[in-house]
Design a protein around this ligand. Sequence first.
Ligand code: UN1
Length: 497
Amino acid sequence: MPQNIKNFINGKWIDAVGGKTLKSINPADTSDTIGIIPRSGQKDIDMAVSAARNAYEKWRLTPAPRRGEIILRAAEMLVKRKQDLGELVTREMGKALPEGLGDVQEAIDMAYYMGSEARRLSGETVPSELPDKDCKSIRVPIGVFALITPWNFPTAIPAWKLFPSLVCGNTVIFKPSSYTAVCAARLVEIIAEAGIPPGVLNLVHGTGEETGEYLAAHPGIDGVSFTGSTAVGEKLAKMCSALDKEISCEMGGKNAIIVMDDAKLELAVEGALWGGFGTTGQRCTAASRVAAHEAVYDKFLDMLTKAASKLRLGSGLSKTTDVGPVINESQMQKILNYIEIGKKEGARLAIGGKAYKEGACAKGYFIEPTIFADVNPKMRIAQEEIFGPVVCLIKAKDLKDAINIVNDVKYGLSSAIYTQDVNNSAIAERDLDTGLVYINASTIGAEIQLPFGGTKKSGLGHREAGGRGGAIEMFTKWKVIYRDFSGTLQKAQIDKD
Ligand code: UN1
């Protein structure tokens, strides 16, 4: 039986005013409907925004460590429900179960980190130029945030936004992807049970066009944090800057691994498989390109193709599955279309290239792990984000050529190099123009205690996650306070007679 999912507004679970619904289905088996989701319209959003506005004053004045305690309680509850929630992530999104559990683990990590950060929302105290005067900077919340999240990390990415925004003292309206709305509802249930006051966290389901855009443009919203495609992110950014709203976007990627002639090839193959086909290639950090040194290119291609041929497709809930389905029909068509484009552009299909409908995969959106060899770095398949199980292998003359290949795309999220040479590693660290650089590890698997995000068209505004420059920057603004206790008029910068 599909679950009846509701919006969460002002502490109450309610249907969309218009009564319209959407379905969330299992991408590994489209006969399995997981949830009936409210398809919210303007009235629902108006209600959620007004609840968040009303709750803001009290939440802003709640001591940050108290706010953090609620998030720490949510962390404990997530630990207890990790297995159930991980299975739900796999059933609703499709990724293999160890990754479904990993998705929840990332949400747990973020909850502990941000819950503790509540005791460290520190600014600076510095000496004044003048006597009997002190100066300090403090972080203050921004107001009401719209948090718009994608389907590929149904609990982790919402956690990246919910926990820091709430800890910082903002109230929020969370609009998750309708493809993973049931996971989002479970996550909100947990935070509600952990004690979040009514109106502080509101959940509104619906489509991006109908619900997301109206929400982001709403006059009652002070800021928007978005993760999704570059096209939508840029559109939102233009709109928000015209409306004077804060905006941060985490967007696409065309990430690459460099394999040098001195690399441990077995390790590089494992990294390319994990980065290229893990999460069925549906991570913004996915390794969709590999630039292999010409001296090892043929051997690497052979090893990679053999290893990819052993990957087993299937439901993520099955223990034997390495690669799950893609999320939906339109993504499947988009990926298959890119495979056709690659063939027409003259890339050599080394393995895969087709939809897969055998046996238990008959009712799902499966695509064979696909590798294109002899890819020219200027081809569309090597430049554009495909977001599926497609890896492009490119031959590089030397390190400099490989770095140029990695950098010569409009994106700059993640990159990696496999090498045993410390000098190659140092040069790559310095010259790869991406927000994340991995040495002897794949392009995926960023940890939450450091900032997450990219350069160029991969990100705009602030970075996500922890560390200096991470999400705390996104969800607070600085206020500087000068206190003069001299009892006289002291004039800064003005010479005394
Ligand atoms: C994403 O790809 O959308 O670094 C997020 C990683 C994960 C997060 C990925 N921790 O691959």
